[in-house]
Design a protein around this ligand. Sequence first.
Ligand SMILES: [Zn+2]
Length: 414
Amino acid sequence: MNKTNPIAPRVSGTRLWSRLMEMAEIGATSQGGCNRQALTDGDREGRKLFGSWATAAGCSLRVDAIGNIFVRRPGRDDTLPVVMTGSHLDTQPTGGKFDGIYGVLAGLEVVESLNDRAVETRHPIEVAVWCNEEGCRFPAAMMGSAVWSGRMPLAGAYALTDRSGLSVRQELERLGVDISSPMSRQAVKAAFEVHIEQGPVLEQRAKTIGVVTGVQHMSRHEVIVRGQEAHAGPTPMDMRKDPIRVLADVLPALYAAAARHGQHARLTVGIIETSPGSPNTVPGQLRFTVDLRHPDGAQYRSLRNEVDGLVHAALERQGLEGSIRCVWEAPGVMFDPACIAAVRHAAAALGCEAMEIVSGAGHDSCNTASVVPTSMIFIPCAGGLSHNEAESAAPKDLETGANVLMHAMLSLAK
Ligand SMILES: [Zn+2]
């Protein structure tokens, strides 16, 4: 922080921290994390606690038909589009105390800090709690923001079921969400989301603020190679149809391709499965996955094409049948230049060590960015660890991120 240029107002880091710790008690796990999956009793309790804080702060509260909560602080001209911030309160089964929750409570902290100093804004301010961001219980990540932005039909979201067969619709009703509420999208001037980085870059570069310029292009691919089951003893090496040969052939080529696409390319072989999976049988089939990511669209497409070509070449060299197919693809997102600039200027005015960064993970902001000007702010998390009970972030960094959020919002709401 730059002490010679104190810009006001500032958030209360201690209030933000105490709220994070109080929220973390709901669904607390033995290893210090949180299990508050979407639309469970724990989620209901967390949403209730948040609602009580927001109401006490003088905000009005609205819940839409998919269970997104919008907390509103009126503007001087309350008919103007809102300046919005938000994130999610739901967690992974072995999640942390900060992923998502920080973005929601930092938004509330902005509202309270403006109240404390009687700062009025011309535009209304809203804090959103997006429903089911994690997508672990109901298999659609970023569900609430997807419905809000029109990227997922409401009926499709309602029909999603968890492992026990309960649907999103049933669980929303059980939690008291009025599913006849309007599913309308309010006018938004700008949307921001502050989030822990969930990666190690800021920490390693000793930066407090990541000015997030966008989200990587990403896709998941499945490779199947067919071989022939055979006895590991009597079958000579040159008389086998061994699909693992293709894996051995293609892996070095895949890693080399990733390296050729620069330091921002990501290639992960996360699943390798053989069938029947016996130590003394040549596998009859091999299945492996390739997850590809790159922030640059042209580089991403070129890497995708190369990976396709390399798999086909290895199949041909080894004389085996097989295929590669894309099972999931999420196009990259470029955030709004004016919103990015607002974050950059706020970080500079507050004297933060900041750097530009591209998100490696998906966020609700990917959905809002498709319909309203959006950008994000990252702060470091210890060891880059997230989706982990040990997830942790420093109180000072959490406070700084909330201050940057507040000043980015103020620059557009005033
Ligand atoms: Zn998150």
